[in-house]
Design a binder for this molecule. Structure first.
Ligand code: BES
Ligand code: MN
Ligand code: ZN
Length: 493
């Protein structure tokens, strides 16, 4: 369940909520809302600034209880940092930090006036969307496998009112996107023994069953064999969990209009196969289906928004395991396109399932194909965990995706796909090798995919660094759902 969003024109002293959030800058200046609370409470905020308890530093906060003259039982004073640097990212951060500070509190209803703050170049609708999504992101709890404890891990916070006047549409949009982000995060976080290819297929089917105008088709191994998907099936052959090719369709624009195609890498666990990965951190490879989760989440949001476009979402759901029947380094696979591939490393499996999914996507005669994949560690080395890697031979499409990333604060950064890199994929035994040597690994992976998208308007998002937070408690982020939804919304205006 997402937070219940609403907008409010109430002043923070008069709002009937468990907690009101107002902001103070690090130069000790008060936001209008903080000034209002200060005045109504007889100077409570100024006194705490003078005593040094409130600093206004970004990320800091003070939680004040039972202020005189204030209806809410609590006021959270959020630090806003330097007023000259206050931007959309600061609004998002201050909102997330405020909710984090309330994480273990009994607060069920919250209202924030941070959306009243001026953000250069952004309108009210934008601020409401970003703040609502930031709050819902922070309020998400993974609970599915904590069966031994009672429900205490569930979030107590239920509703969020944001200061605003014309934001009803923006909040409806935020709710749809939040649903998509949650859909993606939950699939990502589930353990790989639960979230296997059949589970993803069942979730897609359940979504289609519960939403008018959505159809779901799941291709089984035999159907993929008939189509000649030798690359995808090569990866799948070492796993007891059968592969699924999931096709969701939304016809928001009616018949005869070319769809947008989203294609996702859904490796539900990546051991590396016979080219097995080292043990340390291997559990993180349960997140190797986050590209699939991302395109599914974007699909969910697009349907919830009833976007007036046609959309097809194709997920290759496969497990990459070592086994007596597993594919080997040296194997030559024949892809659905007919291109033969020499496997030089069974851990470069994502591109092998995607190449057949990309070929399959072309039968829908799409106007654009965008794939999302946790494809390479090299992309994480290149860009870290802040930007997804974006590759496309189409300058206009690349620019649109970069812009969508900026607008949604879910950024992507373009890497080149020049032909110069293609020679790294040469093979002595097949049309192409599945790895490109030690340099430019993110790009050579993109180059590999490009060989299966000839003549298409296509872009590739490598989300290996952005789709989850590292470490023992690292959760799926839901990226690139916000970017993809923004891209689709932008195509409708
Ligand atoms: N799923 C991994 C990529 C990955 C690694 C994502 C680490 C996030 C964190 C992918 O299947 C993989 O193993 N890629 C190899 C490619 C190599 C064998 C050319 C890699 O990046 O090492
Ligand atoms: Mn791999
Ligand atoms: Zn992988």
């Amino acid at each position: 369940m997402t937070l219940k969003f609403s907008q409010t024109t109430a002043t923070p002293d008069a709002a009937d909520v468990d907690c009101a959030i107002v902001g103070v800058f690090e130069d000790r200046s008060l936001s209008a809302a903080a000034a209002r609370v200060d005045e109504a409470s007889g100077g409570a905020i100024r006194r705490l600034i003078d005593s040094g308890d409130i600093t206004g530093k970004i990320g800091s906060h003070a939680l004040l209880h039972a202020l005189p003259g204030i209806k809410a039982a609590r006021v959270l004073v959020a630090g806003l940092g330097d007023p000259r640097k206050f931007d959309g990212a600061a609004l998002r951060r201050a909102t997330r930090d405020a909710l984090a500070a309330l994480r273990n509190s009994p607060v069920t209803s919250l209202a924030s006036w941070l959306t009243e703050l001026e953000v250069p170049g952004r309108d009210e609708a934008w601020k409401l969307r970003i703040a609502a999504l930031a709050a819902d992101h922070q309020n998400y709890r993974y609970t599915a496998t904590f069966k031994s404890k009672d429900g205490t891990r569930a979030a107590t916070l239920k509703s969020l009112a944001l200061a605003g006047r014309d934001g009803a549409h923006a909040l409806a949009e935020a709710e749809a996107i939040a649903l998509g982000v949650r859909f993606a995060r939950e699939l990502g976080n589930l353990p790989p023994n639960i979230c296997n290819p059949a589970h993803i297929a069942a979730q897609a089917q359940a979504f289609a069953d519960s939403h008018d105008g959505v159809t779901c088709e799941v291709l089984e191994r035999e159907a993929m064999q008939a189509l000649g998907m030798g690359a995808l099936l090569g990866v799948a052959q070492g796993s007891a969990n059968a592969p699924k090719l999931i096709v969701l369709r939304w016809n928001g624009a009616g018949n005869g209009i070319k769809p947008y195609a989203l294609v996702g890498k859904g490796i539900t666990f990546d051991t590396g196969g016979i080219s097995i990965k080292p043990g340390a951190g291997m559990e993180e490879m349960k997140f190797d289906m986050c590209g699939a989760a991302g395109v599914l989440g974007a699909f969910v949001a697009a349907v919830e928004l009833k976007l007036p476009l046609n959309l097809v979402c194709i997920v290759a759901a496969v497990e990459n395991m070592p086994d007596g029947n597993a594919y080997r380094p040296g194997d030559v696979l024949t892809s659905m396109s007919g291109t033969t591939i020499e496997v030089l490393n069974t851990d470069a499996e994502g591109r092998l399932i995607l190449c057949d999914a990309l070929t399959y996507a072309q039968r829908f005669d799409p106007q654009v194909i965008i794939d999302a994949a946790t494809l390479t560690g090299a992309c994480v080395v290149a860009l870290g965990k802040h930007a997804s890697g974006l590759m496309s031979a189409d300058d206009e499409l690349a620019a649109q995706l970069v812009a969508a990333g900026e607008a949604s604060l879910d950024r992507a950064w373009r890497l080149p796909l020049w032909d110069d890199y293609q020679s790294q994929l040469e093979s002595g035994f097949a049309d192409v090798a599945n790895i490109g040597g030690k340099y430019a690994g993110a790009i050579t992976a993109g180059c590999f995919l490009s060989r299966f998208t000839n003549g298409q308007r296509w872009a590739h998002l490598d989300v290996a660094g952005t789709a989850w937070d590292e470490g023992r408690k690292g959760l799926a982020t839901g990226r690139p759902v916000p970017l993809l939804v923004q891209y689709l919304v932008d195509r409708c205006t």
